[in-house]
Each structure stands twice: as C-alpha cells, then as structure tokens.
Write a protein that binds this ligand. Sequence first.
Ligand SMILES: [Cu+2]
Length: 147
Amino acid sequence: MKRSSWAAWSVLLACLTLTACSDRNTDPASYPPPTTTPPPTTDGDAGVIGTTITIQNFAFSPANLIVPAGATITVINMDPVPHTVTSQTVADTFVPGPVGTIVFDTGPFMGQTTFTIPADAVSGTFVPYFCAIHTSMMLNRANLTIQ
Ligand SMILES: [Cu+2]
C-alpha cells in the first residue's frame, strides 16, 4: 500500500509541474524576439533625411531618420514629461548599447537637447533607439540610419 501511495504522489507532482510549465509557455511574449531587421514603425515612415528628432505624444518622429556621419542631432521633446533618446544594439531589447562606433544616450530631458554621430560612422548602419524611461510604452519604434 505504501508503494502505490508513493506512486500516486509522484503522478500528482508530475501533473502539477507540467501544468505550471504549460501555463508559462502559453503566456504571450511581452516583446517580439530580438531581430536584426528593422522593426515596423507605426507611422509607416520609409526614412527622412535630416538631423532632428521630435518626440510628441510618446512617439518618435520621424521613426526612421537618415543622418550623415558626424552630424549633430537635435532632439525636441514636446511632451510635458521627460524622455530619453538612447541607442540599443538590438531593437526592442530596451538595453542601452552601441552599434559599431555609434552610441548615444541623452539622459532624461525636457525641451531640447543634442547628441552627435561619430564622423567614422559607417554608411548604412542601422541604429535602433528607445526611451529608457518609457521603453515599450512609447507608441512607436524608431531608428537612425547612417546616410
Ligand atoms: Cu519616454
């Protein structure tokens, strides 16, 4: 009798373990998996040549800014809360980091600030960036592309 009781407990434990595992597996991922391809942008922006990023209503504009190497980028925050413009190595990871020689982080700011792109930035380099305060709460995903 003792042996069958032990077997019943084992089965029960196995079921509980499997249930816990399957619950975890059915949870939708919070974020899409890391990717090396540009993430979709909510404004359908194909790319705008310039040196100004505007943040308004928790959205970056343009979502894809094409900038010359060595450029000084002006960031204008129209919102009544601070944001950051922070480079990340992999889009949608919300982890600050470089892409090649390019790395920037404005830190939290309101109003206007600037940062610079290195003169040796390689043409065609794609640099995703994010707001370190609001991460996935920002309404779009944005990047710089070196002209
Ligand atoms: Cu923000």
